[in-house]
Design a protein around this ligand. Sequence first.
Ligand code: GAF
Length: 380
Amino acid sequence: MLDQTSLHDTFTAHFGHQPSQLCHAPGRVNLIGEHTDYNGGFVFPAAINFGTWIAASARDDRQVHAVAVDLAEQENTFALDNIEFDHQQSWANYVRGVIKMLQQDYPQISGVNLMITGNVPQGAGLSSSASFEIALLKTFKQLFGLSLEGVQAALLGQKAENDFVGCSCGIMDQLVSALGGKGQAMLLDCEALTFEHTALPDDLAIVIINSNVKRGLVDSEYNTRRQQCEAAAAILQVPSLRQADLPMLAAQQATMDDAVFRRARHIITENQRTVSMFHALQRGDIEQVSQDMAQSHASMRDDFEITVPEIDFLVEIVSQVVGSKGGVRMTGGGFGGCVVALVPKNLVEKVSDTVNNFYHDKTGLTQSIYVCSAEQGAFA
Ligand code: GAF
């Protein structure tokens, strides 16, 4: 990744003039509330100090020239009036998709020059894609003085991903990248699209451990989970699992496939844990936070079946260090990726030593550890 000065200079050298905007949007870590977003439920993420940066200028024609600095300065060029899927340069489909959706609301935009860099680890469940989409939308807002606001930007980013890139993600990642608060996590109601920020305790660090497990079949497994949730909602005769509860589910258990039953049980209980953890953090009840995170992990492992043994092992060894003074669980879509832990600051070194001592020996993989801060979203 380039720092901001180098990004500015590389843009100038490449395009022959200085950028008029330099915009940024963060990645995110989800503290709790996994796979609940597309079920109209609750999630509790924070934007983090990893993100995407874009240097940009407007052009006086209808061409887009986008350069991915971190991919050996690959350049992608297309016309605003003919935006098609690019089968060669997959990263460019985020640019193409976002601009295609944006044009429907803001037909007045012209062409642009873009130079893109970032440091969100890709495929790790920390929302490198949403960070890219929201950084692009912020860039267009600034370049053309658009009235675009946070929730609208999040919906446009999600639409680009759903309808152009081809991933059926929910709304969490884009909303928190747009509207996260510094030092805060945000409880999002993904049905009402409303949110509430709460300060993270000063004495807890956000520690993210990347398992570096290569994620396979993520998209197909993700889509299967969505279909199973929709099947459960149909059997329960509710518009989404947000409206379901455990007694309702128990009454229909005999009529449901076992996997569909357990997927629904995860969503119903995860919604309860997410709201519980939000209130527990607000009143400083870390024991409750610890329990909610532990139960969330167990539910993702046993009911939703999206964890892998390497991730389960990380959760086990970290929870032995933090006990009830902090919490730990897998974060993100699953099948690899990262573990998130809320760790008392005086135990961060011990967590890191424990992982360094045991993870490689057990799995043959090498982890990456990031001690993060919660940051402001691009539209906040
Ligand atoms: C991915 C998706 F993009 C989100 O919308 C969310 O569903 C998450 O997986 C799981 O909680 O990040």
